[in-house]
Design a protein around this ligand. Sequence first.
Ligand code: DC
Length: 216
Amino acid sequence: MLALDGPSGAGKGTIGQICAVKFGWHYLDSGAIYRGLGWLAGNQGVSFDNVSSLVVLADSMNLTCHVCETDSAKIEINGHMVTDELRTDEAGQTASRIAPIPEVRAALLNMQRRCRIAPGLVADGRDMGTIVFPDALYKVFLTASAEIRAQRRFDQLKAKGFDVNLARLLESIQARDVRDSNRDASPLKPAEDALILDTSELTIDEVVTRILALVN
Ligand code: DC
């Protein structure tokens, strides 16, 4: 099991899926779970103050993550493909606002743990190595400067035809870093036994090679 944590735009999705394919393991995009719950809540008019209804929604959410080695994972919720809806910057911000609610995190914990099936799992997120899978054999924390992460997000969203603004994305990433790192429930931080990799100056291949060296 490989727990791959880090801030938004550090490359977890791309690297995680490549590693999952190379190892022949399953892949969990845990951010999609928080994005998905935010999307469901918006669709059904459930306010973020209504914690008990959010928990009911979380319990009823059936999310499947289809690996796509050349793009973001394809996400299916309750039978609907919602990849594009979940990939927007707004969906990321919404997820980051729902994620600090302890009852929501508790409701989503078992769903994530159930993904750990043979022959193995690559799980990406913020608390994979610290809270969800603390006994993971391999833990990597990917990071990069906020400017580089914003530029990567910009290129990714632009390529998909979204209308994006680099300065606004940088602000959004910085706001999300602060919110994700400073919350009480499962804050974004490296596990004590994680390998920390700054990907600012590394290519995707170089990052994958370092992770393969760790796992092999
Ligand atoms: O990885 P991502 O950008 O798709 O995540 C969206 C938000 O979801 C992120 O800003 C915080 C939240 N999240 C979380 O709290 N815990 C996780 N394991 C994954 C994501």
